[in-house]
Unconditional design. Structure first.
Length: 127
């Protein structure tokens, strides 16, 4: 079974609840999560080595109100998992493009999220 990649911001749920208590809407953070997801998708697609470019073109960012998710693969690109994680039986070495993007994005994502939270606090006059 392939392991999941990514990182979790410990305490983010508590921070969001506290900000909601101060009057900040969780939807106000969607822009930050969207930016993180978009930048993460661009980073992951840069790490993909492919012949046709279809897999790199398929890496996409999805935003939600409390997280940013980067995905690759679908019915038309079913080989995203084997390319990322490898498939020893077929002599496919893992590229780990998603994990490389995670490593690159972790400090940047935390900074983007912190900047957006501080911006929302100032915008709401809560500072």
């Amino acid at each position: 079974m392939a392991s999941r990649s990514g990182f979790r911001v410990e305490g983010l749920s508590q921070v969001v609840r506290a900000l909601q208590g101060l009057g900040l809407e969780v939807d106000d953070l969607k822009a930050a999560f969207s930016k993180i997801a978009d930048e993460g998708a661009r980073a992951a697609s840069r790490f993909v080595r492919s012949r046709t470019g279809r897999l790199a073109d398929d890496v996409r960012g999805n935003r939600a109100k409390s997280k940013a998710v980067v995905t690759a693969g679908r019915a038309s690109v079913p080989y995203a998992g084997p390319i990322n994680y490898g498939w020893p039986a077929r002599n496919i070495a893992p590229q780990a493009f998603m994990q490389k993007a995670d490593e690159q994005m972790q400090p940047k994502a935390l900074r983007l999220l912190e900047d957006e939270i501080n911006s929302q606090i100032r915008r709401k006059g809560l500072s």
